[in-house]
Write a protein that binds this ligand. Structure first.
Ligand code: SF4
Length: 349
């Protein structure tokens, strides 16, 4: 197998491109895909200050690395979620957030770039598993809501122009698949690689939409980026993972199917759903009485979550539930969100 560009020995085959690449041409290919996505969807201007949301995983660290190499002045934002911090050593998911934070910090130190940190337990008084149970929300739903709010707030506070997230082609195709299966038309109207800013929202972009998970993993390995390989323990049994598996089976038989599904949707169908997404906010947005963020109600969803997730009565009920679990009863803390997409990739996109 020879590299398509230079005819050296290839290290990776990409069936969707009907091509194979050597290490150096593959890294060039990844950067080129990100550059093309940025240009195709007018994601970034060269002077934009970019805040990259990093989780310590391959996608976000790979994205940060590529943006730096492409010359965009980028800083990172890591949100500590407190996942697995209370889990006994040796148990699945033990120390998940500690390890992911360490990977993000190590990358920032190695590249000499700034990492902004927010700690959900330390700064807001709850971790995702306990807070979600107290608020009676699925963990991925509470987590996604928290991250969307905190990314936006951190970008406003730090006067960044854009927030960039590591959603890749597999993520976007899986979210599209889930929304199409249920014809969630408002969500389909908002599933775009760029969400414009304004009215209290900072512009959000997804520069990895032309690259798949396998390409990102290979990119990080070849670049020597030490990312957290372990999946978040909260994702177990998640519908989103099921959609990814289904799409992988289709891709196996029909290379390029994921790319066609997502990009043909953007080219031919997404505008048809756009008016439905716009109609949702037609009444305009108010300001949260607690934090000042844009909201459709009196208090924004995040402040309402914080209030419920830190309510002493609710927390006491959760610890009773956990005690019952330890004695062999019903699970007190749900292990996965049936209808939410992990990684903050909400079905709303
Ligand atoms: Fe949050 Fe992703 Fe874990 Fe769900 S899978 S809890 S969204 S980090």
């Amino acid at each position: 197998m020879r590299c398509r560009r230079c005819r050296e020995a290839a290290v990776i085959e990409l069936r969707q491109h009907n091509a194979a690449f050597c290490a150096s041409c593959f890294l060039r290919h990844c950067r080129e895909q990100v550059r093309r996505a940025i240009e195709q969807f007018s994601m970034l201007a060269s002077s934009d200050r970019v805040l990259v949301a990093v989780s310590g995983g391959k996608d976000s660290l790979g994205l940060w690395d590529i943006l730096l190499d492409l010359g965009y002045p980028s800083e990172g934002l890591y949100v500590g979620l407190g996942i697995g911090d209370g889990t006994a050593e040796g148990e699945p998911g033990s120390g998940y957030s500690r390890s992911s934070g360490a990977a993000a910090r190590a990358f920032a130190a190695a590249r000499g770039v700034r990492l902004v940190e927010i700690d959900l337990p330390g700064d807001y008084g709850f971790d995702v598993p306990t807070g979600a149970a107290a608020a009676r929300r699925a963990p991925c739903s509470a987590c996604g809501l928290s991250k969307r709010h905190l990314f936006n707030q951190a970008a406003l506070d730090g006067r960044y122009d854009v927030v960039a997230t590591g959603h890749n082609l597999d993520d976007e195709a899986a979210v599209l698949f889930g929304n199409t299966l249920r014809w969630n038309t408002e969500y389909l109207g908002r599933q775009l690689p760029v969400l414009p800013g304004g009215d209290g929202f900072v512009k959000k972009v997804k520069p990895l939409v032309r690259l798949g998970e396998r390409e990102l993993a290979a990119y990080c390995v070849l670049r020597g980026i030490d990312y957290i390989v372990e999946e978040c323990p909260m994702a177990a049994g998640n519908r989103h993972l099921g959609y990814k598996e289904a799409l992988n089976a289709i891709e196996e038989r029909s290379p390029g199917a994921k790319h066609a599904f997502y990009f043909e949707f953007l080219a031919r169908a997404s505008t048809l759903f756009r008016p439905l997404a716009v109609a949702e906010h037609e009444g305009g947005l108010a300001r949260c009485a607690s934090c000042g963020s844009p909201t459709t109600g009196e208090v924004c969803a995040f402040c309402s979550l914080v209030a419920r997730a830190t309510d002493p009565d609710r927390l006491a009920a959760v610890s009773v539930g956990l005690g019952r679990t330890r004695r062999g009863g019903r699970r007190g803390v749900p292990g996965g969100a049936a209808g939410s997409a992990p990684g903050g990739a909400s079905v709303a996109g």
